[in-house]
Design a protein around this ligand. Structure first.
Ligand code: PMV
Length: 327
């Protein structure tokens, strides 16, 4: 038993996960593809201690209680079971970005927790096993374990649904410029949203087309065809948000600034500056471009008023152990 810290990136999905075929195991309706992000991450330190009566969890300097704490404790239980230990844990975690705004904090959070807690419990799991375990905490967290550009295979059982690396981070010079349009967290969590997906009439049409879309995106990656990639990710974003908006009750994650940015990106394209939008479960816009254009696009975003924060990201490694400790 030892004190361990892990760092894990958030990831942006190019092909998204929305809706589950198994609630408890978090098996997704479709496979998804993502890129790990260099500048938005979670650091988590875990130590299993003999003198603790309860798990103690601190996030961003504050004691965590309620549902969020419960979800972390459930994950620690999974790790205790695997390691055959009973010790309670001290967990300290912090994100370097705002939570609940459409930057996947549950992805980086559960990936870092999975790596730190299994190591702290004396386990030495393979990347595949870590990804499977991270998935039980939050679906998209399984994609923050492997490096670079990642595919989450939907699988049809607990053991066959996990993420693996398609390409290392230096494979393609893509940049994700994150434009945070509000500090306020979203009203409907993605966990709740997934459960509503079934109530949209559009879900079956979406799911039917997913296999072909995943194959097409993988081909696009192989050919490094940026224009094709952009077309696919914008369609995919609108497609998922159409399901969200038409579910019952309906979910609208966008704000006026979100739409303003989507239209501005299309306008910049017409003027010869190529970038594309993708949006997860929130109002935040992720602008995907090539490295050569990132400076110009960042300037353009900063010139629009009312953008809360801009974070430039390069493709990154997955979850890794680090040598510093948060306590
Ligand atoms: O892993 P969750 O439950 O936070 O769901 C993530 C859902 C999206 O971010 C909208 C899509 C995705 O694949 O990351």
């Amino acid at each position: 038993m030892s004190k361990v810290t892990a760092k894990a990136p958030a990831n942006i999905a190019f092909i998204k996960y929305w809706g589950k075929k198994d609630e408890a195991l978090r098996l997704p309706l479709n496979s998804s593809l993502s890129m790990n992000l260099s500048h938005v991450f979670t650091l988590t330190t875990v130590d299993f201690l003999s003198d603790l009566a309860e798990d103690e969890i601190e996030m961003g300097g504050e004691k965590l209680v309620g549902e969020e704490a419960e979800r972390i404790i459930e994950h620690l239980e999974r790790v205790r079971k695997l390691a055959s230990i009973k010790l309670k844990a001290k967990v300290k975690t912090k994100n370097n970005f705002p939570k609940g705004t459409g930057i996947a904090s549950s992805a980086s959070g559960f990936a870092a927790l999975t790596l730190a807690s299994t190591k702290a419990a004396g386990l030495n799991l393979s990347e595949k096993k870590l990804s499977i375990l991270a998935r039980l905490g939050s679906g998209s967290a399984c994609r923050s374990i492997p490096d670079g550009f990642v595919e989450w295979l939907k699988g049809n059982s607990h053991q066959t649904s996990y993420a693996h690396s398609l390409y290392p981070p230096d494979y393609w010079d893509l940049v994700d410029i994150i434009a945070v349009v509000t500090k306020k967290g979203k009203k409907v969590s993605s966990a709740e949203g997934h459960g509503r997906a079934e109530s949209s009439l559009f879900l079956s049409a979406r799911v039917r087309a997913m296999g072909a879309k995943v194959r097409l995106l993988k081909k696009t990656f192989k050919e490094k065809n940026f224009t094709k990639l952009g077309e696919i990710i914008e369609e995919e974003t609108l497609n998922m948000h159409a399901v969200m908006m038409t579910s019952k009750p309906s979910i609208i994650y966008w704000l006026p600034k979100t739409i303003q940015l989507m239209l501005a990106i299309r306008q910049w394209r017409q003027e010869g500056l190529e970038s594309y939008f993708t949006i997860d479960a929130g109002a935040t816009v992720h602008i995907i471009c090539l490295k050569k254009d990132a400076g110009k696009i960042k300037e353009k975003v900063l010139r629009l008023r009312g953008i809360d924060r801009v974070i430039v990201n390069y493709p990154a490694s997955g979850a890794k152990l680090v040598k510093s400790y948060l306590f």
